[in-house]
Design a protein around this ligand. Structure first.
Ligand code: BG6
Length: 503
């Protein structure tokens, strides 16, 4: 398929938050960049009876909120010309809604017959909507291709993800199913592959012979906001680790794929997820840690604790912080712990992968310098800044043989590089029919297999869970996860960021 084949993008649930904050602004930036196929149409669907003009006004509002610096007039006109609206109730309230949608889309003078349905709706509605689309023949590929995009979470555990898949696969092939993990659309996450597979330098040291441990860490200053209903039944382990963080682990740990095709790439990621040693029920307490934020101060302002958020049960044991120790049992990674953590309402909003190397086999300089040389680190900053850093030991200038840590800081962005949001590259892939950065079902299943034993154990234990102060670096007690006392969470990519005392 030509990436610029005209297509219709149907956004189901177009007034929701995802559409307002990510999809419409993302599509507009692709418009600005001239990357949308010329005849592409964006059809928004929601219950409210907007006219086309009213809907265009809504979109303008979404774009103005996202780009307060102003909107390029020509691009805005082009964008508006491709936007349409379809008011659509759900059966049984609106029994003919899908027939009407089919009739609307059958006007091929306006709507190209290649169609992407983006389900920007509650996961519990995925299978009903797909059933309904199929029921009126909208998923048949006789006149053009049909792709369906579903957001995470894909299920709430292994069994439910398989049930959901069973329901979707009645009407959709794997090739038509685009399961989003928006982290795969982030430039720096893709840069993990570039760094590893476009350079020869790292490969010989990227293994258990040289690496002591790998840390994958994500922290947010935000709380759960108005998502408490979703979050109460989800928690940090399902929300972040099962998807985004395990994907980062897979990219760090995978072997070089045979080529960059979607299948080759995903085959290699699956092999990593399969090689992750299952956490035995008796090991959950030594390999997993959960906690909840208590009230505290963020950006100088007091914020409530998780249990004080509206809609959270007073005896909730839903974790807003989760940390795990995992092992990838294969030749490359045997014995190397992967420490993974994520939390809301922490001191900083950042994501990074930090890799600590082993000490040299013989510490020759210890006798001359009086102290052991600190180990090397390679660090990949994902956000807020995309960067690659490396820490090495060098001699301090002067007459004595003293060492100091030097940080090689490769902030690889040029001033005129344009930064795109994760959704922009993913939307482009959907319309170009490229699944490389979308999850294949077996990836989803293996990721659930990793976290399921912990989910089960935590669900059965209703005792109050540890608390951490909002605005802090995280809960106390996570250090029990580390294999050795000299291993620790590194919180900062800055030089000296490794000088933290365990607490
Ligand atoms: C989402 C989670 O998938 O990712 C949110 O549901 C989380 O809880 C978000 O805040 C983090 O994404 P980003 O791109 O802001 O790091």
């Amino acid at each position: 398929m030509n990436p610029l084949d005209p297509c219709t993008l149907v956004i189901i649930g177009a007034t929701g938050n995802l559409s307002r904050v990510k999809l419409m602004p993302g599509l507009f930036r692709l418009e600005l960049a001239g990357r949308l196929p010329e005849k592409m149409v964006i059809l928004s669907i929601y219950r409210s009876p907007f006219s086309r003009a009213e809907w265009q006004k809504e979109i303008k509002g979404m774009l103005e909120a996202k780009f307060p610096e102003g909107l390029d007039k020509e691009a805005l006109t082009r964008f508006m010309n491709r936007t349409r609206y379809h008011g659509h109730g759900n059966p049984p309230d609106d029994a003919t809604s899908y027939e009407r949608l089919r009739d609307t889309l059958s006007d091929t003078k306006i709507y190209p017959s290649n169609i992407v349905f983006f389900l920007s709706i509650r996961p519990s509605d995925f299978s009903n909507v797909v059933d309904s689309l199929a029921g009126v023949g909208l998923l048949k590929e006789d006149k053009g291709w049909r792709n369906v995009v579903v957001e995470k979470p894909f299920g709430t555990d292994l069994v439910s993800s398989q049930q959901l898949q069973k329901a979707l696969s009645k009407h959709l092939t794997e090739k038509q199913t685009y399961r989003i993990d928006h982290y795969l659309g982030k430039g720096t996450v893709q840069n993990i592959m570039v760094l590893r597979f476009a350079n020869m330098l790292l490969e010989p040291i990227w293994n258990h012979h040289c690496i002591d441990y790998v840390q994958v860490m994500h922290s947010e200053t935000l709380g759960v906001g108005d998502r408490t209903k979703f979050y109460e039944s989800t928690g940090a382990l399902r929300d972040m680790i099962q998807s985004h963080l395990l994907q980062m682990v897979a990219l760090v740990a995978m072997e070089a794929p045979a080529n960059m095709d979607a299948e080759s790439l995903r085959d290699e990621k699956v092999k990593v997820l399969k090689a992750i040693r299952p956490v035995a029920p008796d090991d959950v307490s030594s390999q997993a840690f959960r906690a909840q934020y208590a009230k505290g101060i963020i950006d100088g302002k007091p914020v409530p604790g998780y249990k004080e958020e509206p809609g959270v049960a007073p005896d909730s044991v839903t974790e807003t912080y989760a940390a795990l120790k995992l092992y990838v049992d294969n030749w490359r990674w045997a014995g190397v712990p992967f420490y993974i953590s994520t939390g809301k309402r922490l001191a900083e909003g950042s994501s990074a992968i930090m890799i600590r190397f082993k000490n040299p086999p013989q510490d020759l300089l210890r006798t001359r310098c009086g102290k052991a040389s600190p180990p090397n680190w390679i660090m990949l900053g994902i956000q807020p800044d995309d960067c690659v850093k490396m820490e090495l030991q060098v001699k301090v200038p002067g007459l004595d043989l003293a060492t100091r840590t030097m940080s090689l800081d490769a902030n690889y962005k040029n001033e005129d590089d344009v930064d795109y949001d994760a959704y922009e590259s993913l939307l482009l892939d959907v319309i170009a029919d490229n699944q490389s950065l979308f999850l294949r079902m077996d990836e989803v299943e293996w990721a659930w297999r990793v976290v399921d034993p912990i989910i089960k154990d935590w669900a059965a234990d209703r005792r109050p869970i540890p608390q951490y102060e909002a605005g802090s670096k995280g809960p106390k007690g996570t250090y029990k996860l580390f294999d050795r006392p000299d291993q620790f969470w590194r919180y900062s990519l800055e030089k000296g960021g490794a000088d933290v005392e365990p607490f």
